[in-house]
Design a protein around this ligand. Structure first.
Ligand SMILES: *Cc1c(COP(=O)(O)O)cnc(C)c1O
Length: 393
C-alpha cells in the first residue's frame, strides 16, 4: 500500500534512513573501539587518514576535530596571520571566513558566478594585493569551483590555494577529485555532510609532506615529541570512535553519491515536466565537473522565497536556506566596511535560494510530492495576483 500524499512528511534530511542500512557494521566498529579503550587518534584515526587521502587522490590526510579546524590548521601551518589577506567567497558557511579571521588575517571577498554559486575566477585578480597569501575557493553544494584559473592566478602571485571541500567529498574537476586540487583541502564530517560522522570531525588533505607534518603537529598543541612544543597550536584531535564510524561509511560513499545524483536527476525531470514552476531556476552541473549534491538548491524570486518555505513547512516538507546572510554583511565583520550592493550575485543568491530535501534514500514518491506542492503554491500565487486582491500568496 502506498502512503497517502496527505500523510507524507518529507524532511530536509533523514539520517535515520541511512543508519538502518549500516547499523550492524557500525555497531561492530564502535564495539571494537570500546574494547580497545583507545579513544584519541591512534590506529583507527591513522587508518581513516590513509583511506580518505587515497579516496581523494591526495598524498596525506590529517584528521582533526571539525571542518572549521580543517580550514584553520593549514592557514596556521602556512603562517597566515595579522597583516595578511586571504581571498574567498562571501557566499558560504561562516567557517570559511571565520577561519581566516581567527588567524588575524583579513578575509577579502570576491563575488560568485550566479550560475554555480562558486567564486568567480574572473574577479579574483582585482582583489589581490601584496598582502594576499592564499585563496580559499569553496566547492559549494557539492560542485567544485573552477580550479584551473584559480590555480593559475595563485601560481602567478605565489599564493596557496586551500579548497573548502566540506560539502564536496568525492566531487571532481576535470577527472580529479577534491582534496588534491590545490595546496591543501578542508573536509568536514559534520553529520549533514556527504560523509557524516556521529558528531564533529574534520580532515585536511595535502600533497605537501612538510605542510602535512606541520598540520599534524598544530592539532596537538604544536607538540613533537611528547611535551616538547615548537609552536602554539591547539587541541584539534580526532576521536577514534568518529574515525571508526567514518571508515564504515566511507565504504558506502560512492553508492550514496550515486543515490544523491539519482535524486537530483529525478528533481530535474519532475520540475521540467511541470508548467507551473517555470519560474524555478534549477541547479546546473558543469560538463567538466562531477557534482555530488550535498544540496539540491533551487532559485525562486526573492519576493516569494520565504513564503514558499513557510507553505512547504505547513505541508511538512522541510527546506533550508544556505545561506540567508552573505558573509560580508555579517555583524561580526562590520569593521571590514562592506555595505549591501558590494557583492550583488551573492546577495541575490542569499535572497533567492532554497535547498530542497536531499539525501540518498529520498524516494521518488516523496520528491513528486515536493515538486507538485511547489507547483500548487505557484499556481495559488498566480491566481491571487491575477485577482489583484493584494493578498499575500
Ligand atoms: C560544514 C562546512 C564547514 C565547517 O565544517 P564543520 O565541521 O561544521 O566545522 C566549512 N565550510 C563549509 C562550506 C561547510 O559547509
Amino acid at each position: 500500500m502506498s502512503l497517502s500524499i496527505e500523510s507524507l512528511s518529507v524532511p530536509a534530511l533523514d539520517l535515520k534512513a541511512q543508519y538502518q542500512t549500516i547499523r550492524d557494521e557500525i555497531e561492530r566498529a564502535v564495539r571494537d573501539v570500546i574494547e580497545s579503550q583507545y579513544f584519541i587518534l591512534g590506529p583507527e584515526v591513522a587508518a581513516l587518514e590513509a583511506e580518505v587521502a587515497r579516496y581523494c587522490e591526495a598524498e596525506h590526510g590529517i584528521g582533526c576535530a571539525s571542518g572549521s579546524d580543517a580550514l584553520l590548521l593549514p592557514l596556521m601551518a602556512l603562517e597566515v596571520g595579522p597583516g595578511d589577506e586571504v581571498v574567498t567567497t562571501p557566499y558560504s558557511f561562516f567557517a570559511t571566513a571565520g577561519a581566516i579571521w581567527r588567524t588575524g588575517a583579513k578575509p577579502v571577498f570576491v563575488d560568485i558566478d550566479p550560475e554555480t554559486f562558486n567564486i568567480d575566477p574572473a574577479l579574483i585578480e582585482a582583489a589581490i594585493t601584496p598582502r594576499t597569501k592564499a585563496i580559499i575557493p569553496v566547492h559549494l553544494y557539492g560542485q567544485t569551483a573552477d580550479m584551473d584559473p584559480i590555480n593559475a592566478i595563485a601560481k602567478k602571485h605565489g599564493l596557496a590555494v586551500i579548497e573548502d571541500a566540506a560539502q564536496a567529498i568525492g566531487a571532481s574537476y576535470k577527472g580529479r577529485r577534491t582534496g588534491g586540487l590545490g595546496t591543501a583541502a578542508a573536509f568536514s564530517f559534520y553529520p549533514s555532510k556527504n560523509l557524516g560522522g556521529f558528531g564533529d570531525a574534520g580532515l585536511v588533505t595535502t600533497d605537501d609532506p612538510e605542510l602535512a607534518k606541520r598540520v599534524a603537529r598544530l592539532r596537538v598543541h604544536g607538540m613533537e615529541p611528547k611535551y616538547h612544543h615548537h609552536e602554539v597550536g591547539f587541541n584539534s584531535r580526532l576521536d577514534a570512535l568518529q574515525a571508526a564510524v567514518l571508515r564504515v561509511k566511507l565504504r558506502h560513499l560512492d553508492a550514496w553519491t550515486e543515490g544523491r545524483r539519482t535524486v537530483a536527476e529525478r528533481y530535474q525531470n519532475l520540475f521540467e515536466g511541470q508548467a507551473s514552476t517555470r519560474e524555478v531556476v534549477l541547479p546546473t552541473e558543469s560538463t567538466d565537473r562531477f557534482h555530488v549534491y550535498n544540496q539540491f538548491v533551487i532559485r525562486v524570486p526573492s519576493a516569494i522565497r520565504d513564503s514558499l518555505r513557510e507553505q512547504l513547512a505547513a505541508r511538512r516538507i522541510g527546506t533550508e536556506i544556505y545561506y540567508p546572510v552573505p558573509l560580508h554583511l555579517q555583524t561580526c565583520f562590520a569593521s571590514l566596511g562592506h555595505t549591501p550592493g558590494d557583492f550583488p550575485h551573492s546577495e541575490a543568491a542569499a535572497n533567492e535560494t532554497l535547498a530542497l530535501p536531499m539525501y540518498p534514500e529520498l524516494a521518488e514518491e516523496a520528491q513528486r510530492h515536493v515538486v507538485e506542492s511547489i507547483g500548487q503554491i505557484f499556481e495559488e500565487r498566480a491566481k491571487t495576483s491575477k485577482k489583484g486582491s493584494g493578498r499575500a500568496a
